[in-house]
Design a protein around this ligand. Structure first.
Ligand code: NDP
Length: 304
């Protein structure tokens, strides 16, 4: 199977490059970043790249993910998160290829406490969420064979994310204040890559077009940023008691304690039953992947 992966250097992109290689098998996995022909800001060049490579599957892990910066760069965010996916959708349609794309819990307004269903009304409260939602709609409008996977709170051993920031701050500060009124599920890039690979394996079989659609894909369970930080730091201290931990107190605070350019939803819970049923996949609790990531990050770091 010939697979084109875009955004190979991101958290999810790196995990996908490893996971997709065996699936591509004797076909070919072409993994690009913005400097190797996969620049999503150059729409014409992007279309040309797809036309030349003629993949059977396009996996788009590239995105404009700077949530606060997007408030002051809405056109750039829209270009990467909506207009480039539209180009990919049209090119995939012309080839009869599958397009796999990632979206976000930020398409919702965060009201209520119930996990969001794929059929729930969207109402993004920031520019990033608006551009990601537009990207979803353009893909749905232009490409029949699409999988749009909405996820939340992504982390990986490589790249920048909340868990790694907490590990750093816990060695620098005695007191941390962490938001306790936003709920969601931390989801590992490794889990996203594993599930994506399994889903592509299923949809690429003949007669699987009915699996096309929008799915919620997040780890199981729910937590707040405060509980998540407490879990990460507690686990890290147990794994590496030799590290110079400074933190004594992890204090819960409301979202209003932090002033950010972009508003964030309070309720980011995603109901994943549709995906689990359609693909026969069981999603593990969020702690499992976090603990694996911590073991990877911390055991490869020498003590100070
Ligand atoms: P990252 O920020 O880790 O990776 C995004 C990648 O996109 C980077 O490698 C970046 O390249 C690349 N990129 C940005 N602009 C361009 C461009 N113009 N051309 C080519 N590549 C570009 O994001 P994640 O891996 O965490 O996110 C993967 C997907 O999951 C995205 O669709 C995101 O919207 C979604 N998602 C992420 C969440 C999160 O918490 N991170 C939560 C919910 C959904 P470079 O390194 O060169 O900047």
């Amino acid at each position: 199977m010939k697979i084109l992966l875009l955004g190979k250097n991101g958290q999810v992109g790196q995990a996908l490059e490893r996971a997709l290689a065996p699936l591509a098998g004797s076909g070919e996995l072409v993994a690009l970043d913005r400097s190797s022909g996969g620049d999503l800001a150059s729409l014409q060049a992007l279309a040309e790249t797809v036309r030349q490579l003629r993949p059977q599957v396009i996996v788009n892990a590239a995105a404009y993910t700077a949530v606060d910066k997007a408030e002051s760069e809405p056109e750039q965010a829209r270009l990467i998160n909506a207009l480039a996916p539209e180009v990919l959708a049209k090119e995939a349609q012309a080839l009869g290829a599958w397009l796999v794309h990632y979206s976000t819990d930020y398409v919702f307004d965060g009201s209520g406490t119930r996990p969001w269903l794929e059929t729930d009304a969207t109402a993004p409260i920031n520019v990033y969420g608006q551009t990601k939602l537009e990207g979803e709609r353009l893909i749905q409008a232009h490409c029949t064979r699409h999988l749009i996977l909405r996820t939340s709170w992504v982390y990986a051993a490589h790249g920048s994310n909340f868990a790694k920031t907490m590990l750093k701050l816990a060695q620098e500060r005695e007191r941390l204040t962490v938001i306790d009124d936003q709920w969601g599920a931390p989801t590992g890039a490794e889990l996203l890559a594993t599930v994506t690979t399994a889903a592509i394996g299923q949809v690429s079989r003949a007669g699987s077009d009915s699996l096309a659609g929008l799915y919620h894909l997040a780890a199981g369970g729910e937590t707040t940023w405060h509980q998540y930080a407490s879990h990460v730091i507690g686990r890290a201290k147990a794994l590496r008691p030799d590290f110079p931990w400074a933190v004594q107190d992890i204090a819960p605070v409301p979202s209003s304690a932090f002033v950010t350019a972009a508003r964030r939803p309070h309720n980011s819970r995603l109901d994943t039953r549709k995906l689990q049923a359609a693909f026969g996949i069981n999603l593990p609790g969020w702690q499992q992947g976090v603990d694996e990531m911590l073991a990877q990050v911390l055991t490869s770091t020498p003590s100070k």
